[in-house]
Design a binder for this molecule. Structure first.
Ligand SMILES: C[S@@+](CC[C@H](N)C(=O)[O-])C[C@H]1O[C@@H](n2cnc3c(N)ncnc32)[C@H](O)[C@@H]1O
Length: 301
């Protein structure tokens, strides 16, 4: 049993008490189904389905796995209402870009009533799509979300839940025995060092397993953090790196998260084409008049 402090929270010598209390106060349930989740989860859904076109087993590693399924009709989501500017407005639309169709269709199936009460997170997507030959490692440090995740995945085969640091955990698992892997790095960024550590971990992971597909999520809160991430990637030996970004509003320090993006190493070849349709659609449906989006091949193959 790893060491725990009085909160029952895993202690980690690299975390200060302040950092631990920041981590404890973050619950993804506040943000579930927001515009950033829509981009991240629709791309994850597409990537996993694409990788499953081959029969050989796939290993999925989620370094920041969250709780699995989120209830939008409960206090957390109701308090912020973020899903109302994210998944909710898309649910009733008949015309969707191709990449959104299976993801939205599945969310409709989960919500058996007319109202949108359940929103699936990254681990729920993996659980839904997984075949008997696939396996998953899900890291979640928060004790309550870890418990929820365990409960949610208890019937899932070949699924391993870790209450441990996802960055270190990821590096310890690479390369996966199957040599086919999808990695999601989805930190909360409540602690600013996440920007640096997430990129560093992705680059180190690539060095251990260069054929894996890696998805790193980031928020646009302060543009200089994103520029720094791009610079760190530019100075690395990573190849085939795509950046997808959707900003609901123009960059600003005063509005919190104005945009969201993904860095993807070794994306499926169709993703670029699909994102060209998805991004203007999200701008039109979820953005304001200054909304913008970018799709950039940061590193060639
Ligand atoms: C953005 S949320 C993840 C959402 C989830 N991936 C989803 O899509 O449903 C980030 C999560 O990471 C957890 N966390 C924070 N730092 C961590 C770390 N170093 N290792 C593992 N989990 C961590 C937080 O408790 C939080 O639940």
């Amino acid at each position: 049993m790893p060491p725990q402090n009085t909160h029952g929270y895993i202690t980690d010598s690299t975390l200060s008490l302040l950092e631990e209390s920041i981590l404890l106060s973050y619950r993804h349930a506040f943000h579930a189904g927001n515009f950033a989740d829509v981009l991240k989860h629709s791309v994850l859904y597409f990537v996993l389905e694409y990788m499953q076109q081959k029969d050989k087993g796939l290993t999925y590693i989620d370094t920041h796995a969250g709780a699995g399924m989120y209830r939008l009709n409960e206090d957390y989501a109701q308090k912020t209402g973020e899903y109302k500017q994210g998944i909710e407005p898309l649910m009733g639309l008949n015309e969707l870009p191709k990449i959104l169709i299976p993801y939205i269709q599945w969310i409709k199936e989960i919500n058996t009533s007319q109202s949108l009460n359940l929103y699936p997170g990254s681990s729920a997507i993996a659980k839904h799509l997984f075949r008997y030959q696939d396996s998953a490692h899900l890291f979640e440090l928060h004790p309550s979300d870890n418990q929820l995740l365990r409960k949610f995945t208890q019937s899932a085969k070949n699924t391993f839940i870790h209450q441990a640091d996802g960055y270190k955990g990821l590096l310890s698992l690479l390369p996966p025995p199957s040599r086919r892997g999808v990695v999601l790095i989805d930190p909360p960024y409540e602690i600013k060092s996440d920007y640096k550590i997430a990129v560093k971990t992705m680059i180190e992971s690539y060095q251990k397993f260069s054929t894996g597909t890696y998805i790193l999520w980031y928020p646009v809160v302060d543009r200089k953090h994103v520029e720094r991430m791009i610079k760190d990637f530019a100075n690395s030996n990573v190849k085939n790196l795509l950046q997808i970004e959707f900003c609901r509003q123009t960059d600003s320090y005063s509005f919190g998260m104005t945009g969201t993006g993904l860095f993807i190493i070794n994306p499926p070849w169709q993703l670029n084409e699909y994102a060209q349709k998805l991004l203007p659609f999200l701008s039109q449906k979820l953005g304001d008049s200054e909304s913008f989006h970018t799709l950039t091949q940061l590193k060639e193959e």
